[in-house]
Ligand binder design. Structure first.
Ligand code: C2E
Ligand code: MG
Ligand code: MG
Length: 750
C-alpha cells in the first residue's frame, strides 16, 4: 500500500531518525565522557607513580648516606682505618657488613691521598677502577667542601657532609655515595679535607627493582638505557647530577581509567545496544501504531466523505466538489448539476426487499460509472437520489447527451439474483452561470427541474426553466391554502357519485369524491391537491375529514353502500384501521356498508402494515376495493395474494369498450379472473349506453360513470333517491333508456 510506505518514510524522517540520532549522540557523549574520565584518571595515576618512583630513588640516596653514617661517624672507625692491617676490621664493619646489613652492592675505603685501602663488591667482575673513575669527581667535590668547612644541610639526622650521584658502574646503573670517616665524639683531631673516605655503591637494576615491584607495586619494572618506544610504558629518567639521563626506570603504569573502561566498556556497549534496540523496537511499535492510526484516520475521512454502499462521494463531498467547480469555472464555460432519481425504486424496495434494492443501487452506480467523464463527480445523496457535477462545460449539449445515455442505460432491466428488475431514472438539470452562481441555488433549481421531470412522466430529463420555479411556488401556495382549508369548514366538500347495479340499473351505492372550493381558484378536482396533501403530510387530516362526512352520509342514506378513497400513505399508518373502526362505530354505521378504495401502490408495503390494516378492517366487515385496476404495478398473479372484495376496472379500459376489441377482451379477462376469485367488479367511467350494455353482457357487477351521474353534493343524491321510486312507479326498468334521469341535479358537479 503506497500510503503505508509513504507513512513509514515520513515517520522515519520525522520521528525515527531524530530519535535514533539523539540516542546515538547521547551514547557517544557518554562513551566519550567515560573515555575522557578514564584518561584523566590514568594521567593522574601515571603522574603519581612517576612522582613516587622519583621519591623512592631520592629516598634511596638519603638512606645510603644514612646507612654509611652509622659506621663512618664513629671514633673507632677513624682510628682503625689508620692501622696497618685493619682489613679484617674494615671488612666486618665498613665492607661486607654493609652488604649484609643494608644491602649495599659495593663498599670502598680511601685514605687521605685517595688511595684505595679496602674494596668490596657483590659483582665480582666489578673493579674499583671503574668505580674510582665514576667516584672521582664526587671525592674531589667532597674534599673541597670538607676543606671549606661547609656545614650546609647538616642536622641531627645528617651528621656529616657527603656527595652522591647516579652513574654507571661496571656497565650497570648505580648510586654512588661518598662519606668522610669522622669522629662521633669530636675527641679525635682530624685535618679537614684529609679524612678517610667511605664509598658505597648501590646498583639500580638489581634487587632495587624487586623492591620497587614488591613494595611499591610497580608492574613489570625494569631498567633501560633508552627511553621506551611503547606508549604502554612509562619511563622515569635517572639523571646524573650534571643533568643528563643515565638511563630510565621503566614500568607498566597502573591505569585505573583504562581498567574501568575495559571492565565497564563491554557492559556499557551492551547496555547502549540494548537501549538502542529497545528504542528501535519502541519506534517500530510506535510506527505501527501511528500508521494504523493514520490509516484509521484516512478511513474515517474516506467514510465521512463517501457513501458506504456504493463508495461514491456523499453529500458533503459533492458540496465540496460543486463549490470547487463553481470557483474554478472559467468565463465562457458552464457547470452542470444533475439531480437523478430512480423511478419505482420505492416499489422495488417495498416489494422485493432492501437487499435487492441495494443491489439495484450498486448496479445503477456501476452503469453510470461507465458513462460519466473523468472530471465529473457522481455522488449519492441518499436513498435513490444521485447527483452529477459536470465542471467546465463548453456546451449544453454535453449535458443532454449524457442524460440521454443515462436514461437509456437504466431503461434496460437489472438482472439481480435471477430477477429482472425494471427501474428508470428521471433527471433534473441546472446550469451555472445561467440558472445560478451558488451551490444552493443550483441544487435547488436542479431539484425543481427533477420534480418537474417526474411530474411530466418520469424516465426523462428536464433542464431548469424559470417557469418551473413559478410552478413550485404555486404548489407551495396550494399547500398553505390547503392547510387553511382544513381549518375552515366551508372549503372542502365531499361529493358523491352513484354506483349503479348493472343488473337492475339502480343506484345501490355512492363513491365519495372530495372537492375543494378554493377561495380564489374556485372548484378544484382532487387530482390537483391530493398529491400535495400526500407530500405535505396533510393527507391524514384530509382523509379524516372525508371519513367523517362519509359516516354522516351513511346515516343519511341507510340503503346505500358508501365507498371512499384511501391514500397509500394513510394505509401505512398502523393506527388507520382502529381510527376507521372508531369513527364508524361512533356514528353507529354498519361497517359492512363501507367500502374502501385503494390503489395498487397502497398494497406494495413491505412492512406489512397495509396488509394488517386491510385484514383488521375486513374482519370488522369493511369491504376493500382495488381502484383503477390495470394502470398500476401489480400483475394479475399478484392479485391472488391480496385480501380484496372488489376490483374497479380503470376508465382507460372502459373507454375502449365498444370501440377497441382489445380493450373489451381485457375487460372480459379481468371480469372472468375476478369472478373466479370470488371478487366483485365495477366498471369506472361508463359514459355511453353502448358501454353500459356491453359491460352488463360481460358480467360487470356495478357501473359508475357520467352516463348515470357525475359526482354531486349530498343534496343531489337526496334528489336522485327521491326521484327513483317515483320513476319506478311510472315505468320499471327504464333507467337504461333514460339514464339522464339519474344525471346531475343542480348544485355543481365538476
Ligand atoms: P377515482 O377513485 O378513480 O375516482 C373516479 C374519478 O373518475 C373521479 O374523478 C370521477 O369524477 C371520475 N369519473 C367518474 N365517472 C367518469 C366518467 O364517466 N368519465 C370521466 N372522464 N371521469 C369519470 P375525481 O373526482 O376527479 O377524482 C380523481 C381521483 O382523486 C379519484 O379517482 C381518487 O383516486 C382521488 N380522490 C378523490 N377523492 C378522494 C379522497 O377523498 N381521498 C383520496 N385519497 N383520494 C381521492
Ligand atoms: Mg375511487
Ligand atoms: Mg378509479
Amino acid at each position: 500500500m503506497p500510503s503505508a510506505i509513504y507513512h513509514s518514510a515520513h515517520f522515519a524522517q520525522r520521528v525515527a531518525l531524530p530519535a535514533l540520532t539523539s540516542v546515538a549522540l547521547l551514547a557517544a557523549l557518554v562513551g566519550m565522557l567515560l573515555i575522557w574520565a578514564g584518561r584523566e584518571a590514568d594521567e593522574v595515576s601515571v603522574a603519581r607513580q612517576t612522582a613516587l618512583a622519583n621519591v623512592v630513588v631520592g629516598k634511596l640516596r638519603e638512606t645510603i648516606a644514612h646507612d654509611q653514617e652509622s659506621v663512618t661517624v664513629w671514633d673507632d672507625a677513624v682510628l682503625r682505618v689508620q692501622e696497618e692491617d685493619a682489613t679484617e676490621w674494615i671488612e666486618y664493619n665498613l665492607g661486607r657488613w654493609m652488604h649484609t646489613y643494608f644491602g649495599h652492592d659495593g663498599a670502598y675505603v680511601l685514605d687521605p691521598a685517595d688511595h684505595l685501602i679496602y674494596q668490596y663488591s657483590v659483582d665480582e667482575s666489578a673493579s674499583y677502577l671503574d668505580t674510582e673513575r665514576r667516584a672521582a669527581p664526587l671525592v674531589a667535590d667532597l674534599r673541597q667542601r670538607l676543606r671549606e668547612g661547609d656545614d650546609t644541610g647538616l642536622s641531627d639526622r645528617i651528621l656529616s657532609q657527603g656527595a652522591s650521584d647516579i652513574t654507571v658502574v661496571s656497565g650497570r646503573p648505580a648510586l654512588v655515595s661518598v662519606k668522610p670517616i669522622v669522629s662521633d665524639t669530636g675527641d679525635i683531631e682530624q685535618v679537614t679535607g684529609a679524612e678517610y673516605l667511605h664509598i658505597a655503591v648501590r646498583f639500580l637494576d638489581g634487587d632495587f627493582l624487586d623492591t620497587l615491584a614488591g613494595d611499591y607495586l610497580f608492574e613489570a619494572v625494569r631498567f633501560g638505557w633508552d627511553e621506551p618506544v611503547s606508549d604502554s610504558d612509562v619511563a622515569l629518567p635517572l639523571r646524573a647530577n650534571a643533568g643528563e639521563p643515565v638511563g630510565y626506570l621503566i614500568w607498566k603504569p597502573y591505569r585505573p581509567g583504562a581498567e574501568v573502561i575495559a571492565k565497564v566498556g563491554p557492559v556499557a556497549t551492551v547496555v547502549a545496544a540494548a537501549v538502542f534496540s529497545l528504542i528501535l523496537g519502541l519506534l517500530f511499535v510506535l510506527n505501527l501504531r501511528s500508521r494504523k492510526l493514520a490509516e484509521r484516520d484516512a478511513r474515517m475521512r474516506h467514510l465521512a466523505h463517501h457513501d458506504p454502499l456504493t463508495d461514491l462521494p456523499n453529500r458533503a463531498l459533492f458540496d465540496e466538489r460543486l463549490e470547487t467547480a463553481l470557483k474554478e469555472r472559467s468565463p465562457g464555460s458552464a457547470v452542470a448539476v444533475l439531480y437523478l432519481d430512480l423511478d419505482h425504486f420505492k416499489q422495488v424496495n417495498d416489494t422485493l426487499g432492501h437487499p435487492i434494492g441495494d443491489a439495484v443501487i450498486v448496479e445503477f452506480t456501476a452503469r453510470l460509472g461507465t458513462l460519466i467523464g473523468p472530471g465529473d463527480t457522481l455522488a449519492r445523496l441518499g436513498g435513490d437520489e444521485f447527483t452529477i457535477v459536470m465542471p467546465a462545460l463548453a456546451t449544453e449539449e454535453a449535458v443532454t447527451y449524457l442524460s440521454d445515455r443515462i436514461i437509456d442505460a437504466v431503461r434496460h432491466p437489472f438482472n439481480i439474483e435471477g430477477q429482472q428488475v425494471f427501474v428508470g431514472v428521471t433527471i433534473g438539470i441546472a446550469l451555472a452561470p445561467r440558472d445560478g452562481q451558488t451551490r444552493t441555488d443550483l441544487c435547488r433549481k436542479a431539484d425543481i427541474a427533477l420534480y418537474h421531470a417526474k411530474g411530466a412522466g418520469r424516465g426523462r430529463y428536464a433542464i431548469f426553466g424559470p417557469e418551473m420555479d413559478a410552478m413550485l411556488q404555486a404548489r407551495r401556495e396550494m399547500e398553505r391554502d390547503l392547510r387553511l382549508a382544513l381549518q375552515s369548514n366551508d372549503q372542502l366538500e365531499v361529493h358523491y357519485q352513484p354506483l349503479v347495479s348493472a343488473a337492475s340499473q339502480k343506484m345501490i351505492g355512492v363513491e365519495a369524491l372530495l372537492r375543494w372550493r378554493h377561495p380564489i381558484s374556485g372548484w378544484l378536482p382532487p387530482d390537483q391537491f391530493i398529491p400535495i396533501a400526500e407530500e405535505s403530510g396533510l393527507i391524514e387530516a384530509v382523509g379524516d375529514f372525508v371519513l367523517r362526512e362519509v359516516c354522516k352520509a351513511a346515516r343519511r342514506w341507510p340503503n346505500l353502500s358508501i365507498a371512499m378513497n384511501v391514500s397509500a400513505i394513510e394505509l401505512r399508518n398502523p393506527a388507520f384501521a382502529a381510527k376507521v373502526a372508531a369513527r364508524v362505530l361512533e356514528a353507529g354505521v354498519d361497517p359492512g356498508r363501507l367500502e374502501l378504495e385503494l390503489t395498487e401502490s397502497a398494497l406494495t408495503d413491505v412492512h406489512g402494515i397495509a396488509d394488517q390494516n386491510i385484514r383488521a378492517l375486513r374482519t370488522l366487515g369493511v369491504r376493500i376495493a382495488l381502484d383503477d385496476f390495470g394502470t398500476g404495478f401489480s400483475s394479475l398473479s399478484r392479485l391472488q395474494t391480496l385480501e380484496l372484495d372488489r376490483i374497479k376496472i380503470d376508465r382507460s379500459f372502459i373507454d375502449g369498450v365498444g370501440r377497441t376489441n382489445g380493450d373489451e377482451a381485457i375487460v372480459h379477462a379481468i371480469v372472468e379472473m375476478a369472478r373466479a376469485r370470488g371478487l366483485k367488479t365495477t366498471a369506472e367511467g361508463v359514459e355511453t349506453l353502448e358501454q353500459s350494455s356491453k359491460l352488463m353482457v360481460i358480467g360487470c357487477d356495478e357501473l359508475q360513470g357520467f352516463l348515470y351521474s357525475r359526482a354531486v353534493p349530498a343534496s343531489g343524491i337526496d334528489a336522485l333517491l327521491a326521484e327513483g321510486p317515483a320513476r319506478d312507479a311510472k315505468a320499471s326498468g327504464v333507467e337504461l333508456q333514460n339514464p339522464t334521469g339519474l344525471s346531475l341535479a343542480p348544485g355543481g358537479a365538476v
